[in-house]
Design a protein around this ligand. Structure first.
Ligand code: DAH
Length: 360
């Protein structure tokens, strides 16, 4: 092959290769580009390889110029391939992204997220705290695991009182008592000194004692929380339920204060025309004691218990009953909540069924 012919072949090959790459690029077709690469740059039978063989046939005198041109050809074709490959890859990425964005249809309705909310009992507690707060009652807390002093003794419930029957309360098993109650049970290393019995509180009246032990009159507090009794569940009973306890102690507190406070509470919690009435009753920690009823749908329904704090209770916490008097009340929160929402089975409050809970 003459040198001129060789140089001409180089020009032709360069133009054809670059044209083939440009065509593949225009089609954004990486397979087409790969085919062009094999055609021109294929290691064995690519057209540039073929031309390299022809280089051997160029007369030796013209060889440097022909060799230089061949190297240039190879470099340009390789650079052309790389550039085309890079641009095809970039455009493919852009097209994929555009496709992804087209696939997102903002007009399709989304999955509605259901917002969580407070449990109806918690909502009721919050409202009761709010109502009583406006009447000047602060919120007090007490533990759910209690000793007998706070749950019974200080509340004027003596040891022989039926309310203290272990079958009517959730006493905690202590190590020493486990050892005696479980036949052949218990490790021999158990501490023989019996720990003082403790129980899940059966009433929030415990908090009355805790508050009065902590402060001097005037006292005006409520306490809301869980209480526990081994009752068989039915539509009005559950072994765990909630109470709101109220306590006011000062000089000259009378039953009139008790009645007007409960009337205001009932009216704010239920309806502005609600009436309440007292029926004589008995609780160890109040004297006199009353059962509180309120009007509801042309009749009377029970709200809870109340009374004037028994002098023995005042003495138990170091208050002088000659100087101070007080009232107390205890109401069931499930009962209040159920009545307000027309719930007829209080077990529903504790099933955690969102179809029920979502109504509130
Ligand atoms: N502790 C009583 C109970 O659980 C309710 C109660 C009655 C609370 C009278 C009081 C009260 O503070 O004065 O049945």
């Amino acid at each position: 092959m003459s040198p001129d012919e060789f140089l001409q072949q180089c020009d032709i090959l360069e133009a054809q290769a670059l044209a083939a790459f440009a065509a593949a690029e225009a089609a954004c077709d990486s397979k087409q580009l790969e085919a062009a690469r094999i055609e021109f740059l294929g290691a064995r039978s690519g057209r540039i390889k073929q031309l390299q063989k022809a280089l051997g046939a160029v007369p030796a005198t013209a060889n440097p110029a022909a060799g230089k041109r061949f190297n240039e050809l190879k470099r340009k074709v390789e650079a052309g391939l790389d550039g085309a490959a890079e641009r095809i890859a970039m455009r493919s990425r852009q097209q994929a992204e555009a496709q992804r964005q087209r696939a997102f249809d903002p007009t399709v309705p989304g999955t509605a997220l259901r917002l969580g909310r407070l449990h109806p009992i918690t909502q009721t507690i919050e409202e009761l705290k709010d109502i009583m707060g406006r009447l000047g009652f602060a919120v007090a807390e007490g533990p759910e695991v209690e000793d007998e002093w706070h749950n019974f003794e200080a509340l004027n419930i003596p040891p022989e009182h039926p309310a203290r029957d272990p079958l009517d309360n959730f006493y905690l098993a202590t190590a020493a008592r486990c050892a005696t109650e479980i036949p052949n049970g218990g490790a021999p290393s158990l501490n023989p000194t019996e720990a003082p019995p403790r129980l899940l509180r059966s009433q929030t009246s415990t908090v009355q004692i805790r508050v009065m032990e902590q402060m001097r009159p005037p006292v005006r507090v409520i306490s809301c929380g869980r209480v526990y009794r081994p009752d068989t569940p039915d539509d009005t009973h559950f072994p765990m339920f909630h109470q709101i306890e109220g306590l006011m102690v000062d000089r000259d507190v009378t039953m009139g204060h008790l009645k007007s406070t409960l009337r205001l509470l009932a009216r704010m919690a239920f309806a502005p025309d609600v009436e309440i009435r007292f029926r004589p009753s008995f609780f160890p920690f109040t004297e006199p004691s009353v059962e509180v009823d309120m009007t509801w749908e042309s009749g009377w329904i029970e709200m809870g218990g109340a009374g004037m704090v028994d002098p023995n209770v005042l003495r138990a916490v170091g208050y002088d009953p000659e100087v101070y008097s007080g009232f107390a009340f205890g109401l069931g929160i499930e009962r209040i909540c159920a009545r307000r929402h027309g719930v007829t089975d209080i077990r529903q409050f504790f099933r955690n069924d969102v179809r029920f809970l979502h109504q509130f």
